[in-house]
Design a protein around this ligand. Structure first.
Ligand code: ZN
Length: 257
């Protein structure tokens, strides 16, 4: 399977060459989309990914650096379907959200634009909870709540991390987290790679955490000012600490798992 990084920036101010968080897993002719930061569908289309193959979209939490491109993603799938006279491959698109408003906000924008997407695509919103979100036999996605967004007693959890299993491999995606130890459950006995948000953590802390874990490769994404402020120095530091097991992900980067 492949991981396509579409946006690798945290919710900082706009950064040259980096857009907000989004990546896609490609396996068995389908795309599984994680977070939808600004411009993610544009980047995917320009990169040559087939937007008509998006089977599921998973939004880790409601912050704008993870949701700003959601309405545009749906609109672009519909536009490509109309322009090329081709149907969406799966007819319906499963959308996993941690909060109803993430979809209703995007839907309001799409409806204000004439709701033309409804003629070509059925979006099925599903409210996220802990446990297996999705299992189509090819890909299994399990959600684990984290403390990035605190909740009042009795309220539902609003931010999640994920374990994604496909082709006999496992990928852990942190979403945004408060403490790296919140990933313990998703990593379990280990995983082949970990896509880790580094917008809230220093390189040394990420290295110390993964030194104890059975994890193949660590991809730094959702990069913040700490890493982007000195890109060259950060790359050298990651290389020195992790060797080839650590990579600072870039927008448009594709890796094989
Ligand atoms: Zn974020």
């Amino acid at each position: 399977m492949k991981i396509h990084f579409l946006g690798t920036c945290a919710g900082t101010e706009p950064m040259m060459g980096r857009q907000h968080m989004s990546f896609v897993i490609e396996t068995r002719g389908a795309l599984y989309w994680f977070d939808a930061g600004e411009g993610c569908s544009r980047t995917a289309h320009i990169k040559g990914l087939d937007l008509l193959s998006v089977k599921a979209v998973v939004i880790s939490h409601p912050h704008m650096d993870h949701t700003g491109g959601l309405a545009n993603l749906i609109w672009n799938i519909s536009a490509i379907s109309a322009n090329y006279g081709l149907p969406h491959k799966f007819g319906e698109l499963l959308l996993f959200v941690p909060l109803k408003n993430v979809w209703s906000g995007a839907e309001t924008l799409l409806d204000a634009d004439g709701a033309s997407y409804k003629r070509r695509l059925s979006v099925v919103p599903c409210l996220m909870t802990d446990g297996v979100l999705f299992d189509d036999g090819a890909v299994k996605i399990t959600a684990y709540h984290n403390m990035h967004i605190r909740r009042a007693e009795g309220e539902p959890w609003r931010s999640f991390s994920f374990r994604i299993e496909a082709e006999g491999k496992a990928i852990v995606y942190s979403g945004d987290i408060r403490e790296l130890q919140e990933l313990d459950s998703a990593i379990g006995e280990g995983c082949d790679c970990a896509i880790t948000e580094t917008g809230h953590f220093k390189i040394d802390a990420v290295h110390a955490y993964y030194a104890e874990k059975n994890v193949g490769c660590v991809y730094f994404s959702h990069n913040g000012r700490e890493i982007l402020g000195d890109s060259e120095g950060s790359r050298e530091k990651v290389a020195a600490l992790f060797g080839c097991r650590g990579v600072i992900a870039e927008d448009c980067m594709t890796v094989d798992v």
